[in-house]
Design a protein around this ligand. Structure first.
Ligand code: HEC
Ligand code: HEC
Ligand code: HEC
Ligand code: HEC
Ligand code: HEC
Length: 183
């Protein structure tokens, strides 16, 4: 892909010298770079069960901590295992095919492993304990409305970049010291 980008840059330089063609090539470039971005993003995260947050958090009023147990006390909240689902899905729940699949997995004693969606690089220090347990921030601040989704999102609803952390730290008078977040 690097080679292709270099080629595009060269081509733009050539065309800039000949203004007439520029519009056409610029339009073509947009299409090509769009395709490159789409390929680079990949298919996203796929989950083993089409979990429905809205049904469980709104209709059934379940607390986040039932499934994300360490959200107040740990760095990582954790994702639920089949034992948590089995509390209710050992018996048939509702009428959907997907709910029936959960009950089948429980009956077969199969493990169920959900994939992580939000992810920071390893050089960043972040804990939920500090932000949720002590700072009492709402999940929505950083995760958007994931609690209202009816199927697992393939990509994070919020892009958590350094600027995102720094913006809130600036607004709330928290640290912007490099060492606080990079240990
Ligand atoms: C406290 C009980 C409870 C727990 C725990 C629970 N569920 Fe459910 N779940 C239900 C009930 C009740 C329904 C049926 C609601 C309805 O159809 O009205 C349901 C429905 C579903 C459905 C169908 C959703 C849809 O779109 O209709 C899926 C899939 C599902 N659950 C997966 C899971 C998974 C996976 C877990 C574990 C991570 C889990 N549930 C944990 C009670 C629970
Ligand atoms: C009954 C279990 C259950 C409850 C209750 C629940 N979740 Fe989840 N959560 C899941 C499952 C299963 C996944 C992975 C599949 C998905 O993304 O839908 C998940 C994924 C997530 C993720 C993405 C985690 C990652 O891998 O980066 C966030 C954020 C999240 N939940 C927030 C919440 C919030 C906020 C609440 C409470 C308002 C909540 N959840 C309540 C089961 C639950
Ligand atoms: C200040 C921002 C922030 C808030 C507030 C926040 N989270 Fe997170 N959450 C993150 C970040 C950043 C990650 C990814 C961390 C990593 O890479 O391990 C994450 C990851 C997760 C995960 C993935 C599972 C895991 O063990 O890593 C879950 C589930 C989750 N958060 C749930 C919640 C819930 C539920 C709440 C509210 C009670 C909440 N979060 C509040 C920033 C936040
Ligand atoms: C929505 C606001 C918000 C966002 C977004 C946010 N933080 Fe924070 N952060 C806080 C608050 C508030 C505290 C102080 C909590 C307390 O102790 O009461 C804090 C504290 C911290 C601390 C402890 C600082 C110290 O003095 O030791 C670290 C480390 C930290 N945040 C890292 C991060 C990282 C990394 C991100 C991005 C992934 C992030 N924060 C995103 C609000 C935020
Ligand atoms: C409040 C938390 C926070 C503070 C303070 C912070 N960073 Fe970061 N930084 C992050 C997060 C989160 C990432 C990873 C996400 C990203 O790449 O944007 C990151 C990524 C980086 C990267 C890697 C960028 C890349 O493209 O891979 C560098 C380099 C960096 N930070 C340097 C610094 C320096 C230098 C400072 C002090 C001036 C600083 N950071 C302060 C949270 C923070």
């Amino acid at each position: 892909m690097g080679m292709r980008v270099a080629w595009l840059r060269r081509r733009v330089a050539q065309v800039r010298a000949r203004p007439g063609e520029f519009g056409i090539v610029a339009a073509a470039l947009l299409v090509v770079s769009g395709a490159i971005v789409a390929v680079a993003q990949g298919p996203g995260v796929a989950q083993p069960i089409a979990f429905n947050h809205r049904k469980h958090t709104q209709d059934l009023q379940l607390d986040c901590e039932l499934c994300h147990s360490y959200v107040r006390t740990g760095a990582h909240p954790g994702l639920p295992s089949l034992e948590t689902c089995a509390m209710c899905h050992q018996a048939t729940q509702g009428t959907t095919r997907e709910a029936a699949r959960v009950t089948e997995l429980v009956a077969q004693g199969r493990p169920l492993t959900f994939e992580k969606l939000f992810r920071l690089p390893p050089h960043v220090f972040y804990t939920h304990r500090r932000h949720v347990g002590i700072g009492r921030l709402e999940c929505r601040n950083c995760h958007g409305n994931i609690a209202l989704t009816t199927r697992p999102p393939a990509r994070p609803l919020v892009k958590i970049r350094m600027g995102f952390c720094l913006d809130c730290h600036r607004r709330s008078g928290q640290t912007r010291d490099c060492i606080a977040c990079h240990r």
